[in-house]
Design a protein around this ligand. Structure first.
Ligand SMILES: Nc1nc2c(ncn2[C@@H]2O[C@H](COP(=O)(O)OP(=O)(O)OP(=O)(O)O)[C@@H](O)[C@H]2O)c(=O)[nH]1
Ligand SMILES: [Mg+2]
Length: 168
């Protein structure tokens, strides 16, 4: 089966568990606007095109069957932004499992990964170091990954960091 993506476009998969902040990040990158609250994304996949990139937003929820369908949407993405809620320790093991699945996916074996630890404004949340540790990112020293922490609700350097990541 051929790739869902048009071949010449840059493709960035924005993924993570539900509620991590994927839509907020995409909206705020796109509009440079203050989004007060993103409503939960109801479709499997949501897509925006801006800055010469297709940004594809897919929820991952730990269900293997559904993952198989999702693979079609993400294969051959050059960039993967994996958003994690830094305040959600309860679901971190699921996030880790999904991230590892993506890192092992053949269709993404040349993709650059950016792990975005979001919601850093929430008191008691994890630090970037703790996130690296809990996601076992050290196991992937051979892969092209980087990590930032941010609060997508606040203005700071995170937008520039993401745009630098996709070379805009
Ligand atoms: N405190 C805090 N809340 C945030 C932050 N980023 C997003 N949120 C809130 O978290 C909730 C979920 O954000 P979304 O952007 O809808 O997350 P999502 O990953 O797209 O969620 P689904 O579409 O449901 O999978 C919303 O109420 C956001 O306003 C952040 O940095 N800090
Ligand atoms: Mg969403």
């Amino acid at each position: 089966m051929g790739s869902y993506w048009a071949s010449e476009e840059k493709r960035c998969l924005v993924t993570g568990l539900d509620g991590a902040g994927k839509t907020t990040i995409i909206y705020r990158l796109q509009e440079n606007a203050t989004v007060t609250s993103a409503i939960p994304t109801l479709s499997i996949m949501h897509e925006e095109r801006f800055l010469g990139i297709k940004w594809r937003d897919i929820d991952l929820g730990g269900q293997e069957k559904i993952r198989k369908y999702h693979q079609l949407y993400w294969e051959n993405s050059q960039f993967v932004i994996f958003v994690v809620d830094l305040s959600d320790r309860e679901n971190l093991a699921t996030a880790r499992c999904e991230l590892h699945f993506l890192l092992h996916d053949a269709g993404l074996n040349t993709a650059k990964f950016l792990i975005v630890g979001n919601k850093s404004d929430i008191e008691g949340c994890m630090s970037g170091t703790e996130l690296i540790d809990k996601l076992d990112l050290h196991e992937y020293a051979h892969r092209n990954w980087d990590i930032i922490t941010c609060s997508a609700l606040r203005e700071s350097e995170w937008k520039k960091q993401i745009l630098d990541f996709v070379h805009i």
